[in-house]
Write a protein that binds this ligand. Sequence first.
Ligand code: RB5
Length: 173
Amino acid sequence: MKISIGCDHIVTDIKMKVSDYLKSKGHEVIDNGTYDHVRTHYPIYGKKTAEKVVSGEADLAIVICGTGVGITTSADKVFGARAALVRDVSTATYAKKCLNANVIGMGGRISGLGLIENVIDTFLETKFEDNEENRRLIEKIDRIAEVKEGQQGNEDFFVEFIEKWNDGGYPAE
Ligand code: RB5
C-alpha cells in the first residue's frame, strides 16, 4: 500500500519510526513532513497528509501530533477525508470497519510505539464492512458538512436516526 504520513515537530522521531515500520512491512511511504523539531503548526501537516489520500496518490494516511487531537481534527476538515483519532486496536477497528476511515491520527505523547504499531497493523488489515447500514451512516455524517438551507441548525437532522436508535436498530458493539 501507499501510506501518506505527517506529523508536527513534537513527534518527528516517532513519525520516522512509524515510517521505518511501514517500509519494513513492504509499504511505500509518502512523508509530508515536518522533518525536524523546529516549532511548526500541525494543521499544515494534517492537511497535506490527508490531501494525498483524497487525491488518490496514497491509499491511506496516518497523522501524529503530541495528543493526536490537533492534527486529526485538521485532517478531517479536508473534503473527502474521514479521519479518526484512535487510541487502541478497538477504536482503529471501528474506524475502518464501520466508518471506512481513510486517515487515522494518534498522539505520540500519549501512545507508546508498540501500541502505535499494533494500531497501524489493525487499521491496515481491517476491511470496511460494506453494507447498507454503514454506507448510510457515512453518508449521513458527510452530509453534516454540507451547507444547505434547512440543514445547518436543523433540529430534526437526526430524527430518523434517533427513532432507529430507540427501536434498537443500532448494535451494542
Ligand atoms: C504542540 O503543538 C501540540 O499542541 C500538538 O502536538 C498537539 O498535542 C495538539 O493536539
